[in-house]
Design a protein around this ligand. Sequence first.
Ligand code: PGA
Length: 246
Amino acid sequence: MKLIVGNWKLNPSTLNEAVALTSGVNYAIKAEDFERTVLLPPFIFLEELVKKFKQIAWGAQDVFWEARGAYTGEVSLAMLKDVGIGWVLVGHSERRRIFGESDEDVNKKIKAALAQDFNVIAAVGELQRGDEADEIIDSFKKSAAGLETADLARLTVAYEPVWAISTTPGAQADSPARSNQIIGELKHAAFKMFGEPSKKIKFLYGGSVTSENALKFLSQPYIDGALVGGASLSAEEFAAIVSVSR
Ligand code: PGA
């Protein structure tokens, strides 16, 4: 069963548009596919969307690790839980690159969210095409250091090469074979860190996934699903990605 995660990023601008997009997805996705589909809208829309569309698994695009205090602009896990959110994405390359998050920050976020029983999607990926796989593995190891093996069934790792993200100038999707190979290496690194329980971690590919190329990625042996950015902003396109991956 492949997991498909739609990350809306800083879109759309109004709650009405967010509701319209969700209605489209809700209509186009088969009922049995809801359990393997996660949507990540901006924080501000979450409460209303959860109320209106209870059958969808909703998640936040980020979270802070502290529970409360003097952290202007941040959102806590307890706040997310209070509005019924069960999933959270951390360490997206845009958070790392634009907002300066380090592997250590991402590690704190993963640990805090797993400890609070969230399903966590942690992203890793290299900046330039041709960067060494070692760097990706190193970032993964630092981001996942010290996690409890009992929590790994709630961890998903998204491999997203930054150069393949649709909004990066000149972006092109990675080749399915290469992303499969990198994910295979990540799985191997996870096994070395955590042993047998690491097999419960899901690994997604993210970077210019569309309804046209989704099947090529999702039929690779090591790829357990997709993290979809741009294409998740069209209900038809997103639903088509979910349906090809059945
Ligand atoms: P994209 O985004 O699907 O628009 O390339 C993917 C990502 O940010 O991981």
